[in-house]
Design a protein around this ligand. Sequence first.
Ligand code: SF4
Ligand code: SF4
Length: 340
Amino acid sequence: MNQIRLGKTEICVNRNGFGALPIQRIPKEEAVRLVRKAYDHGIRFFDTAYTYTDSEEKLGEALAGIRDQVFIATKTPAENSEDFWKHLEESLRRLGTDYVDLYQFHNPSFCPKPGDGTGLYEAMAEAKDRGMVRHIGITNHRLSVAREAVDSGLYETLQFPFSYLAGEPDLELVERCRKQDMGFIAMKALSGGLITSARAAYAFMVPFSHVLPIWGIQRERELDEFLECDRLVPEMDQELKAVIEHDRAELAGEFCRGCGYCMPCPVGIEINNCARMSLMIRRSPSDAHLTGEAREKMKKIEDCLHCGQCSAKCPYGLDTPALLEKNYEDYREILAGKPL
Ligand code: SF4
Ligand code: SF4
């Protein structure tokens, strides 16, 4: 059965969730066309966020007239109830709707709970009572917060990085959600662009009937690949196993998964991208990693205090500061003309 059930939300959709972060980067008309094509070919779950600039607005325009046929998930980075209401009202306005199917706390540094003093969970519960929010979820990059959210019983879904490069702690988290009847939304299912085989990524997800991958889609070609997987579900055959084994081997050891468990960094280094730049720049289109903004982010590595906070939190036991140095050295050589 190629449908997933998102835990107790009872949301049932096919295994192609549409991750709407990348549509920020394309013109509105192109984004609207892409989203409509996704809908026309059976995609029903769309995930965006208050912070993804114009992504909500683009989704709203694309889904106008078919609102009741789709599930819209969005997120708030609010740290207090005042911002919570401001974000929710703004998101509803941009999306052109009076409710969202799933509203998620966006990667909070702690697990919001009733009575914690922030008023966040109380506001979320009230929004649900008022019908502005159908289901309550949370997204996170930190294993400890994610585990706490699952164990709290307060959330219907967890959104967390998950791909075929996942380690034991991630698999355990997925299983924990299944036992609690929580939906698991897999972000970074292509590991932020490091995984290039859509078929292998999709086939890996098939055994998990409560896991909905939201593929970050920006190009029609990428959409087509996932639509094809839905039409003809790829089997985990020898060929795909070999792709996965090859990637796991190539990305083993000193490979940063981009999970962000080690963040924030006191000097603001974007560790989850900078510590794996050498891989990203070779495995995904390099232009995006060579912009002025990307260079600035890499240059921040020079400010590293070698405080060790990041390596102490890395569940993969990486020497993160050394990895950052190594990636920065390679990056400077690339900027100086080293061929990719
Ligand atoms: S060691 Fe460097 S990169 Fe890691 S947390 Fe400290 S300052 Fe940030
Ligand atoms: S250094 Fe470790 S904790 Fe930080 S993003 Fe990479 S894999 Fe995750």
